[in-house]
Write a protein that binds this ligand. Sequence first.
Ligand code: ATP
Length: 276
Amino acid sequence: MSAVISASGLVKAFGATRHSKGIVAVDNVSFALGKGKAIGLVGESGSGKSTLARMLVGLTRPDAGTIEIEGRVRAWRERGRAARLRRAKEVQMVFQDPYGSLDRRLTVGAALRDCLRRHHTGESTAGDLMDRVGLASRLLDSRPHQLSGGQRQRVAIAKALAVNPSVLVLDEATSALDVSVQAQILALLNEIRVTTGVSLIFVSHDLAVVGEVTDTILVMYLGKAVEQGETADVLRRPQHPYTEMLLSSAPGPDWQPERVAELRAAFAGEHERVGG
Ligand SMILES: Nc1ncnc2c1ncn2[C@@H]1O[C@H](COP(=O)(O)OP(=O)(O)OP(=O)(O)O)[C@@H](O)[C@H]1O
C-alpha cells in the first residue's frame, strides 16, 4: 500500500523540564493510511488522540518522529503563507463544535467563497460544495446560528472540502449530534470518501461509531498505540484488554457493566506493573 499519510515514531510531551518528562501525550505512535481509506483513532479522554490529530494537521509540532504526506516529509521549519496553504491542502480538520471553525458573522456562502478564493480550488462553486454535502443552496444566505447542528457540521465539511485536501481529520465530529443525525453525517463522509478518494481519520472515544466507517483502527491508551489492526478483527477479536474494555463500555445489547468494571481494574493493574 502506498500511503497518502504516514506517521513514524511520533512523540509529543507537555511541560517537560530537565528533571521530568512531563506529560507524554503521544508516545512513539506510527501508522500509515492509503488513498481513500479510513482509520479510527480511538481511546478515552486524555489518551492523546487530539494531540496526535493536531500534529497530523500541522497545528502542533512533534518532539520526535516524522509525518509523510503524499511522499513528502513535513518540514516544520517552513513558515509563511505558502507553507500554510500547502499544509491546508494536505490535511483538513473538522471539529466537534463547528462554531469553532465557522465565523458567526459570515453567511455560509461568504465563508465557502472565501475558502475557494484563498485556495484557488479549480472550478468548484459554493453551490457545488453545498450539493456535495447534501445542503440546499438556499442555505447559502444563512448564518451558522440559523442552522441545525447537523447542517452546521455539513457546512464545516464543505469548507474542508473546498480546499480539496488529501486527508480529512474528523475530531469527534459527530459526537455532539443526535444518533440519527450522526448516522447521516457518517454516511455522507463515507460517500465523499468513495467519490473523491479523500482519506479519512476519525478521532473518537466511541469504538462502535468508528467501527461502522473505518478500514483500520488504532487504539490509544496514555499516549501509546496499544492495538492496531483491521477494524473487523479489532472489534471481533480485540488483542488488548484495554480495547476489550472500550468495546464493553459501549452500551449495546451485550453490555455488561460488571465486566467493564472488572476489565478496568485488570487493565489498571497491568498498566501499573508495566509502568512501574
Ligand atoms: N496544550 C497542552 N498542555 C498541557 N497538557 C496537554 C496539552 N494538550 C494535551 N495535554 C495533555 O496531554 C494528554 C492527552 O491529551 P489529548 O487531548 O491529546 O487526549 P484526548 O484523547 O484527545 O482526550 P480528549 O478526548 O479529552 O481531548 C492529557 O493528559 C492532556 O491533559
